[in-house]
Design a protein around this ligand. Structure first.
Ligand code: GLA
Length: 737
């Protein structure tokens, strides 16, 4: 190089270095905004990306850039605490979002910001994608934030990819890693079991890690669902306080950590549970985590839940803005004991009652080991010849003749050891070949990581529809957890056994995807020995879910109340059954606050009970649009009052329904001494109030043709007059012009 060209070279290099230097100093701020809120990230001087803000959005988005300067957190280690995706093995000392073992066996990871882009999907939905890379190893993480602007919902997931010479091992792979700065944090989470789902518990988070998790494999939320509410500063109430409502959309093992760090800031890590689930990832293969979905409100839990409902109905639940079928189910009416004649009578009963559909439950299949109890037959999906000599086809015809639609129960992921399927395909069963089998409800899950099993499960549904295209509804059950997590398929393929929990769920989604490609609309209920499996990934394929096998209406008031924070009423199946001896009116009124159905022996109803039920079904037809698609407002919390009150109001605020239920047995003459303030009405509109579901010959104590303004109803209120003689009250509000 000549002297001259050398000079030119150094001048160019100098310019380059200066501009690079300036760029390196310039911090990049990435605001992710909904109509109300913002989640803001910023790079630091070393180009690591951290969360600098979460909360109500600022008027001027350029102001976000200054926030980090206001925090004087300068310890040597502190810079990593707010990482958007905390790596492990280098300088991090807190709970990581990702842990990897590289192809060469090294376990260190650093992630630096590379780029980001915002894609507009439509007027309401956009997606921000952020690319992070390890400066040493060829590994990248892409973080996705899908924003539903109007609904104030963010759906977030990550994709991990590498170009190393051999497979790497993912030891942890979170979906979300959020960071919050508040005075205090209150976590409202849930626990339960069969027939006692969704028991709430609120706790103030203290230093250390609080974990919500599941290791059950299939019906993952039996003991603990991946749903929670997190209040900032102080516990949020229905209409006040800052609260985040979050949930992981994954039908398998999950883990959600809340780590209060040394600065009293809160780190949230949510994703698949990495317990026994190390994942071997090939070069250039994407590992996509499930979505963590959350919304935030500064106005309490009620608004946050309505955000979630609006989002779920519009963007997630299958046919979330459509309608649902009322039904008569035979489970509690007959259990396994039925035949064609009995069922045909039940069709007529259903028609007499006035429901849209008859749902045939468990017990219709298997011959060598007939399904006459829960000990045999699962897996053998041929009609039982003794009970149904003419097959399902005959039943569908008879139902049609009776003027009622026909739906059917399946549990296609499972097998009883007493079945032909188990005899023929032991290698399809999740079991540890060297150890004794452990059963959950006398059954074992099939190995859905195996494509042959996926085809089999798909085939169960496809055969039913191919032979009987008129089938109008499927109830898909799942009654066992995974014990002895071992897959003969993965072993045969030389794949790690630790893939099983993840591949099971992916296998399930593949099957559901295929079913929906061929049968996009048929309503399907997600059931899992009650409410053991419900989440926002499964609900892409299902129209509704079974809340609990516990149909005691008093228990249901509480359970449905809690579920209602996360799932809209259109998705919650509530049945009127004989589980409790409480009168039919109370049972019906409770079932009406969701998708109503029956599981009773209609012929056992007294004349008045039948008359009441027929009228109630007619009323339900009138109000179901408001319940299914309207906004839910919780008015009186049954945990704090002797009765519960809640209401639904439609979008145009000209039609609303208010439900009130007494929840105590203790004597107190009158329970609703004071009026209940209504919500979600138009103050300027006038509403006619009418009590519906009044028992035959009973008189309503609510004056007929009462007309009040929305202003009056929301500021003074209305007294539903709950007494020991009026234990449940349903009021319909209709605008009068
Ligand atoms: C589960 C379901 C019930 C019923 C039975 C049938 O327990 O939750 O509703 O379908 O299975 O065996």
């Amino acid at each position: 190089m000549s002297n001259y060209s050398q000079k030119i070279f150094y001048v160019i290099l100098g310019i380059f270095c200066i501009s690079f230097g300036i760029n390196a100093q310039k911090l990049i701020t990435i605001p992710i905004e909904t109509s109300q809120n913002a989640l803001v990230f910023q790079t630091d001087k070393d180009n690591r990306l951290g969360t600098v803000f979460f909360g109500k959005k600022l008027v001027q988005s350029s102001d976000y850039g200054f926030i980090s300067k206001e925090y004087k957190i300068n310890d040597e280690n502190s810079g990593i605490f707010n990482s958007v995706y905390t790596p492990s093995g280098t300088w991090n000392l807190v709970e990581p979002a990702i842990e990897v073992k590289h192809a060469d066996g090294n376990s260190s990871l650093e992630l630096k910001y590379v780029s980001h882009e915002v894609k507009k999907i439509d007027d309401n939905v956009s997606e921000t994608v952020i690319v992070l890379k390890d400066p040493v190893y060829a590994l990248e993480v892409r973080l996705f934030y899908k924003v539903y602007y109007k609904e104030n919902v963010i759906e977030q997931w990550s994709v991990i990819k590498h170009q190393e010479a051999k497979n790497i091992t993912l030891q942890k792979y979170a979906s979300a890693n959020l960071y919050f700065m508040a005075d205090d944090y209150y976590l409202n989470h849930y626990h339960g079991g069969w027939a006692k789902e969704m028991k709430p518990e609120e706790t103030k988070l203290t230093a250390g890690i609080k974990t919500l998790d599941s290791k059950l494999g299939t019906r993952a939320n039996l003991f603990q669902p991946p749903t929670f509410m997190l209040s900032f500063d102080k516990p949020a109430t229905e209409d006040a306080g800052k609260v985040l409502l979050g949930t992981l959309a994954w039908s398998g093992n999950f883990k959600i950590d809340f780590e209060l760090d040394t600065y009293h800031n809160l780190r949230l890590l949510a994703g698949i549970n990495s317990h026994a689930s190390e994942y071997s990832l090939a070069s250039n293969q994407d590992f996509k985590t499930p979505s963590f979905i959350f919304t935030f409100s500064e106005n309490g839990k009620g608004e946050a839940s309505r955000n979630m409902h609006n989002w779920a109905r519009k963007y997630r639940i299958l046919d979330g803005e459509g309608s649902r079928l009322t039904l008569l189910n035979n489970w509690e009416a007959t259990y396994f004991d039925f035949d064609e004649a009995k069922l045909t009578e039940l069709f007529k009963d259903g028609k007499k009652l006035g429901v849209d559909m008859f749902l045939l439950d468990d017990g219709w299949f298997a011959n060598k080991y007939p399904r006459n109890g829960d000990v045999a037959g699962l897996g053998d999906w041929q009609e039982n010849r003794k009970k149904l000599p003419n097959g399902i086809g005959y039943l569908v015809k008879e139902a049609t003749k009776a003027g009622i639609k026909f739906g059917i129960w399946v549990e296609p992921e499972m097998v009883n050891p007493k079945s032909e399927l188990y005899e023929k395909h032991l290698d399809w069963v999740i079991r540890e070949p060297q150890r004794p089998e452990h059963y959950f409800r006398n059954q074992l899950p099939l190995d859905l990581s195996n494509p042959e099993v996926q085809d089999f499960v798909y085939g169960v549904i496809d055969n039913l529809f191919t032979k009987n295209p008129e089938i109008s509804f499927i109830k898909w059950d799942c009654n066992a957890v995974v014990y002895n997590a071992h897959s003969a398929y993965l072993e045969k393929k030389g794949l790690p056994q630790t893939h099983l929990y993840v591949e099971y769920v992916r296998g399930l989604y593949k099957v559901l995807e295929k079913i929906r490609a061929k049968y996009p609309k048929v309503p399907m209920m997600l059931c899992s020995g009650g409410g053991g499996r419900v989440d926002y990934e499964a609900l892409k394929y299902f129209t509704e879910f079974w809340v609990s096998d516990n149909t005691d209406p008093l228990e249901r008031v509480f359970m449905q109340w809690e579920y209602s924070y996360f799932y809209p009423a259109i998705a919650q199946c509530n049945h009127i059954t004989d589980w409790s001896k409480v009168g039919i009116k109370y049972r019906t009124d409770v079932a009406m606050m969701g998708k109503m159905g029956y599981d009773i022996v209609v012929s056992h109803l007294s004349e008045k009970e039948l008359q009441f039920s027929q009228q109630a079904l007619a009323n339900y037809k009138k109000i179901s649009d408001v319940v299914w698609h309207g906004d839910l407002y919780r008015l009186k919390n049954p945990w704090e009052n002797p009765y519960a009150s809640l209401m639904f109001s439609n979008a145009t605020q000209d039609h609303a329904v208010m439900f009130s239920y007494l929840t105590t047995n203790r004597y107190d003459g009158v329970y609703s001494v004071t009026p209940v303030k209504l919500k979600g009405l138009d103050p300027k509109k006038k509403y006619k109030i009418q009590e519906i579901n009044v028992y035959p010959d009973a008189k309503s104590s609510i004056a007929k043709d009462l007309v009040y303004s929305g202003d009056y109803l929301m500021n003074i209120g209305l007294n539903p007059d709950i007494t020991l003689r009026r234990t449940s009250v349903v009021l319909e509000l209709t605008e009068v012009k």
